[in-house]
Ligand binder design. Sequence first.
Ligand code: PLP
Length: 393
Amino acid sequence: MKININENYKNLKESYLFSETARRIREYSAKNPDKKVIKLSIGDVTLPLTKSVISAMHEAVDEMADKDTFRGYAPEYGYDFLREAVANYYSTFGVTVAPDEIFCSDGAKSDVGNITDIFGDNEILIPDPVYPVYMDSNIMNGRKITLIKASEENGFLPMPDGIAEKPYIIYICSPNNPTGAVYSREQLKIWVDFALKSGSLIIFDSAYEAYIKEDYPRSIFEIEGSRECCIEICSLSKTAGFTGTRCAWTVVPQELSAGDTKIAKLWARRQATKFNGIPYVVQKGALAAISPEGHKEAMECVDYYMGNAKIIAELLDRKGIWYTGGINSPYIWLKCPNGMGSWEFFDWLLENAQIAGTPGAGFGEAGEGFFRLTSFGSREATLEAIERLEKLL
Ligand code: PLP
């Protein structure tokens, strides 16, 4: 063929983190068939969908079987019942958003990736280490990316100090993947003030808001001034076990505009053109997941994972190992002991304790020397891993 391709794709780094960890685990297991490897690297939920969600989805399936209740294309932004329920969900933690500001979709990953469509050639600010989709979706569009270094010194919560005051698109994820660190109200207020002063937009990823137990903001819209400079992307993946079921939303406030163009109008146009809605059955499941009963059930799953996180965090406390996360997040981000590098620690842990985690360096250069453990495994596996680590560390 003689067509031109998007040359920006050539600037993407090979995404080898999870394939490389899987390869090393496979290789180890092949050499040591009698040793059981425990995966504290699982980035997916493991508990099934809850009773309320399953029964709502069953009912919806039956409706699809009947000529009178069958549904075809769903509205591009979600059925009104779901947009209203999401607005109501926000009100349970004191945030007011209107149903028409909520755009439901098949995932936060899709929205994070697709939102770049509606913006021009802006400079992008992304924390390092980071959820890789922020970076890669902007590389695909050829945008100039500036990394903001997260580190032990700033508790993996970088702030805008020293950043030139000009318009950026800024990505913030709190509670963070991979570091588990959570921004306080005061810190987010500083970011919002910076965005307002510099004419920037913040894309706030709140995919892990349901894991917040202490007094931290669950939504950027808890922060004064945020409606003039923020978009929020949230998901039911980790909140309600929807990783395989797919339902998320993006909140675009009506106040948000660039010059005289309303951002909500652009996003609506983008979605209406390129997205054809979430399946009715899934939307009914999502409605059940954020109903009072469904949410209670979902929180039981979250509490189970957070019980695992606590067990891991307490071990690190006992061993005096520095970490972030684990209290308001399913992720625990620890400093590799004895100055080991991320991959060195990965191999050492696999060899000596048959435990697999994720090397921090795989999430960005600033992740070197750090390591991610997750709490999505079973309680039994987590306890067994802790027993092994207790002896080893
Ligand atoms: N945002 C962050 C920070 C994530 O960690 C993930 C999934 O791991 C997503 C978004 C993607 O969520 P979804 O399953 O809704 O696409």
